[in-house]
Design a protein around this ligand. Sequence first.
Ligand code: NAD
Length: 361
Amino acid sequence: MIIGIPKEIKNNENRVALTPAGTLALTRSGHTVLVETMAGAGSGFSDKEYQEAGAALTSGKEVFAKAQLIVKVKEYLEREYVYLREDQMVFTYLHIANNEPFAKALIQSKTTAIAYETVTQQNTLPLLTPMSEVAGRMAVQIGAWMLQKANGGGGILLGGVPGVMPADVVIIGGGMVGLNAAKIASGLGANVQVFDINAQRMAYIDDISKGTIHTIFNNEYNLRQALKSADLVIGAVLIPGGKAPKIVTKDMVQSMKPGSAIVDVAIDQGGCIETSDHVTTHDDPIFERYGVLHYSVANMPGAVPRTSTIALSNATLPYIQKLADKGLEALKQDPGFLAGLNTYRGFYTCKAVADALNGEY
Ligand code: NAD
């Protein structure tokens, strides 16, 4: 099969859909990989590395024109819609439920579009996981930076030093983001509390951390107590398919110490902190409300494109390989992979997406 890897054109998007390592695996099994010139540059992969892995370097136009399967990171932007066509498969983060123009372009062009975010595996979302791991780990290093005096914070070192108490880190939501944040914060020596409502999940965190990460049942009373002494709060709640609930209210933020910091990772679903009232960008990520610093960037992994690209490619490669080897048969053989199919022959094929767009299913 001919697989095309275009360069991402979204603002500040430096990830690429396939690494040279992934390219080598596909070319070794007899597939043709077309990579747009400079596609990997933002992630530190040179054209030469792709060529050495067996890829043919070409223009973006050629990639879209010749490939049978286009693999991307982000959705198509309007100027890429002209490339969509019926005899081509597209595999990327689609997020069409709240992107009607792109959804319509996929339906009108009758493209076979498979979304990373709806592929499932034993009740997990394996192609979302790597980005949650990245964002969770990043949240702590960003929080540590915000707590430094010169950056507007209270001048606190997360791990403390002998004779001085470490910082209190409160993580709300102990899922993929929350657990990764907890591991890093705990590793730095901070006092970490994870608030969740899922008893099984809390038992798991307690087990694997051997009690070094404290889990607390999330309710208003418990959370209010913890926030008063928190130095860093990380918002990591997810209601699958829904908007994030505002778990930390304005008056709870007002009760926090001046110079403390909040990283609202759930901002891509609207945020779980009432005062993180807007999405920020990597160019201008931090703002202040009631003396508390807030960080609310919706595409955190974009700041570490090399790590993110490799993590994403590790997760997507087995699926790309199956699509390349077997075409649509690969979806028929794996219900979890089939759950990724969002549009086919001019119809929506994912119920949640069809419902969100009032489209024909
Ligand atoms: P997840 O499903 O693995 O974890 C969510 C956790 O929230 C679960 O453990 C769940 O039990 C818990 N939860 C649900 N309701 C709760 C409540 N009322 N109180 C406390 N906990 C509650 O999800 P995840 O992969 O960890 O993602 C978390 C959020 O981070 C999502 O909104 C996701 O989209 C977002 N995210 C953002 C970025 C970014 O760049 N900003 C990157 C990756 C993920």
